[in-house]
Design a protein around this ligand. Sequence first.
Ligand code: EPZ
Length: 420
Amino acid sequence: MDKLVIEGGCRLKGEVTVSGSKNSALPILAATLLTEHTCIIKDVPNLRDTNTMFKILRSLGKNVEFDKGVVTITHARCTECVADYKLVSTMRASFCVLGPLVGKYKKAKVSLPGGCVIGVRPVDLHLKGLKALNIDITIESGYVVAKARILKGAHIYLGGEYGSSVLATDNVMMAAVLSQGKTVIESAACEPEVADLAEFLIKMGAKIKGHGTPTIEIEGVRHLHGAEHKVIPDRIEAGTLVIAGLITQGDIVIKNVLRRHLGALIDKLEESGASFGREDTLIRVHCKRRLKPINVTTLPYPGFATDMQAQMVSLMCVTKGISVITEKIYPDRFMHVAELNRMGAHIQREGPHAIVEGAAHLSGAPVMASDLRASASLVLAGLVAKGITSVSRIYHLERGYENLESKLQKLGAKIWREKE
Ligand code: EPZ
């Protein structure tokens, strides 16, 4: 197992290009189960999670080739329609093969995803939405068993206690495209990744309107054909790099970004005193001023992304004054707090709030990653800390960041990999 070692104190400089979006690529790859025709997906990042999805598609009978960001999924008919616990338990997003499998083959057996360190993550909304499409759902030995004679369109309210659900919207949308009649999903997730999935489905021949808004309308069709699609840039990777530029008081240009997808983050950072150019597809981070403390609350898109919360905590750790970061999507998503406090941060947890008193500086220390975004926050803290930080269990980072260490090295960071 590897760890990342970082010598802090370097100002990042130069240009970096963002990879394709993990959270867009995963459901789009699952959507190829809706057709037996060839699909070509471009700009797919080479990550642990995308490789897990390749394994799941192959286990379902698909031929999957991956070369330099291009995935070619050729003609194949699923036989068993079973997504095994061994694979699904390693990646929750695998659960989004359920909708396309039952939509296409009228049957599916998909393992329930296991527990998750970022919090309780039920799938009740997924099952509620699929049942509304006339699908018979039972839970047997840890598996969701779905069967349907005919899928019928329906009017579905998909809002939950924490608002809309990204993957539940994806699962229901992918089942509804081959259903009889019209489906309306209310309180649908508006994330750009949901809209990107809908764009791909439309290229396959689906009839969808309102994607990217809380009300999605789907007119069922009989068949879907193959399609070619380029996934959107990864807005969370872009946001992480923006904070890397600010926390090191560097001067960097981030390319292959859709600025409109980072609206809430940029708004909060501007409130803190940072300023960014106006370009739509690149972001220049060059802030000489001291930042001010701010309060942030995570919300479903277009609100502030929960996947940027940990990185924002790192930035506020070195911003003089008191900031309050409130986590409304996963109230327990604070595994990074104890590790940052080991580096000399002053963070107090109070329920869904992290109260951060900005420190003059952080000091390097051995720390442990617990999940994808927490590991990114520790790398960011290591970039600004005095001395050496070593981040262990970086397999968490490799789930969602493509070559982060070489991208940071290219910007002048002193970061390298060592065996544990
Ligand atoms: C997606 O997960 C992302 N994953 C997550 O990113 C992200 O944190 C999350 O959306 C929220 O933005 C992918 O896209 C692969 P949700 P998802 O269903 O769809 C509750 C990362 O770091 N809920 O939108 O699983 C749930 O517990 C990952 O890249 C129910 O109550 O999240 C949470 O509180 C981590 N019942 C809230 O809704 C349900 O059936 C939002 O979760 C489903 C969800």
